[in-house]
Design a protein. Structure first.
Length: 187
């Protein structure tokens, strides 16, 4: 039986790609937010897209610095992902890293901090496309550095067997996530 959906909920059919954490920094202000709408766009030079709403503090920092990082959180970090995706750094006296005890390490090419305990990190430089940014909140960026935890990513692919807490998470709705499941091999 096929059931039709309310169109405003159609995005949920595609929404369970890995949820990401977008980190940003400008003039010594640092921030972090959750983003489910991040996507690969091109191989070489590598490019990605991410949707960053106009009302977010992240938007202000990434437009000012021209850079951001995409961090890939895992099952062990699900509560923190929901927390940083449910409040704005703009409203805080401190920042979300201090508020939620989030440890970071320095990126190689950009000022945005990288989140410890994530399983992969992409440092990104915005390719300015004002029309897309203003109309669709859509940012295109070149990936200028990338690394991953080799316990779960090596030889160019993910393999989470034996590391359930390091599986990437995929947002369903309302703070519910799937963990990346078993791999299946086509012949
Ligand atoms: C699981 C999850 C996924 C989210 N995905 C996005 C997204 O793709 N784009 C976006 O603009 N906001 C997204 N949000 C909302 C932002 O994370 C939220 O507005 C956040 O408070 C912005 O923080 P900031 O103002 O400190 O930048 C998501 C929130 C959650 C919990």
């Amino acid at each position: 039986m096929v059931k039709s959906l309310t169109l405003s909920k159609a995005y949920r059919l595609l929404n369970h790609g890995p949820t990401t954490l977008i980190t940003s920094s400008h003039n010594n202000k640092h921030n972090i937010m959750a983003a489910a709408w991040a996507c690969a766009l091109d191989f070489d030079p590598p490019k990605v897209t991410v949707v960053i709403d106009k009302n977010t503090y992240t938007r202000e920092l990434i437009e000012a610095s021209g850079t951001f990082a995409i961090n890939l959180p895992c099952v062990a970090q699900k509560n923190m992902v929901k927390q940083v995706g449910s409040c704005s750094g703009r409203d805080m006296t401190t920042d979300k890293f201090a508020q939620y005890n989030i440890s970071t390490f320095a990126a190689q090419q950009i000022s945005a901090p990288l989140v410890e305990g994530c399983v992969a990190w992409l440092e990104c430089k915005i390719i300015p496309e004002p029309h897309n940014q203003n109309t669709y909140d859509l940012f295109i960026a070149e990936v200028i550095a990338a690394y991953a935890d080799e316990r779960v990513f090596s030889d160019g692919r993910w393999h989470f067997e034996g590391y359930d807490d390091l599986r990437t998470i995929h947002h369903v709705a309302g703070g519910a996530f799937f963990a990346t499941g078993e791999s299946v091999q086509a012949i």
